[in-house]
Design a protein around this ligand. Sequence first.
Ligand SMILES: [Zn+2]
Ligand SMILES: [Zn+2]
Length: 423
Amino acid sequence: MTSRSESARIRQLLQGLTEDEILELMRMISPKFATADAETRKKAMLPDPNEKKSSKTYEKLKAAEQRYFEEAYSENSEFWKPLTIEDESDWLNNHPESGQTFHDWFTKEYPQHRVNRQRRTIYILPLGPFPPGHVGQSAAAAPGTTTEADGSSSDRGAAGGAEGGACAGSRSDKVLLTWLQKFCQCFFLGVDVKFLDPVRVREVGCHTRINEHTKQWQLLSKDILDYLVSKKPRDAICLVAVTMLDLYPSDSWNFVFGQASLVTGCGVFSFARYDDNFYHIPRDRPKAKKSELEEFSMPPVTSPLLLRACKVMTHELCHMFGMKHCIYFSCCINGSNSRDESDRRPVDLCPICLRKLQEAMDFRLAIRFRAMLQYCTKESWDAGIPAPPLEAFEPFKKWLERVLAFMDKPTVAGSEESSQASD
Ligand SMILES: [Zn+2]
Ligand SMILES: [Zn+2]
């Protein structure tokens, strides 16, 4: 694997070129390399001690929390791996980003994205055809906008395969949004997550088109963002629309998974491409009718679909707290250019990004990890809400168990972890 430190050696050989030019060259030669070296990752989380204000935020953490954060920098971290570019089509290879350190976020973004008593609710607005029952009871910003996916080559493959965990047609597919809401409440521990009444596409008045590759309807995400501004409640940290219809950000793009405006605190994202059947529409499909925009049928809620929906939702919501794409670790807020790349992302935030969220929310890490573990445990769901299809969450559940055990009783990575099982 090639890294920035190796790039320094290569630089000697290629005198006259800048490091960025060399990195670009390395991308062309070998697409798989770490995007930031260990020192850069460490600095992104632990600022210079002279940066007193942001350093203080670290000092006040519990010892177990610091241990968890610092483990990520050990040679063979049990929990985190550096972000590597695995494929030429990967996001960073096509959209070079410089990253956002904890200090950057804390000084530039955090002041505008504070959670306080007047502003502590995430609002979710179901948009378009969600059949009755999909909507749960009330329980859902930096300059510019962020877009998640250039689909120029993303329609290739994305084959479903035997991912399992389907509960097609069961009553459990009636509560997708409630499951998402519950997941967000664990992930963003400490804020309320509520629904607004669903709205129809025609009420939004957005531009639509039929995608030339998929032959499916798409909504212009920019128009939706404009509409949301007028719907945003006063106590909202942010308002996000969720839809089963596909999105596009402008005529020249193929699609986006989601788009968020950090200035207005509004976002929209689509679950359309997380349905395995999305990519299996016959090419000779009859021309899509306008009525499909209102009658679009809900795909079965499989476990992989729910997991993907949780990941895209938390990713978009993190942007609303002023967090930019992570370039340091493999992290749920890495940019993504395709569904394959999204699937590679872990469910949770890396230590650098988690520090930002923790500072914004003021939660204890262990309590949040336990809440998410409970979500992933079928037995913890009561009769009021059926347990979601959790098969795809199993690796995350095991990961959470190991993290909690580590925080409780640290082990030396790679040596003692299996010597003792705690119950
Ligand atoms: Zn993003
Ligand atoms: Zn991260």
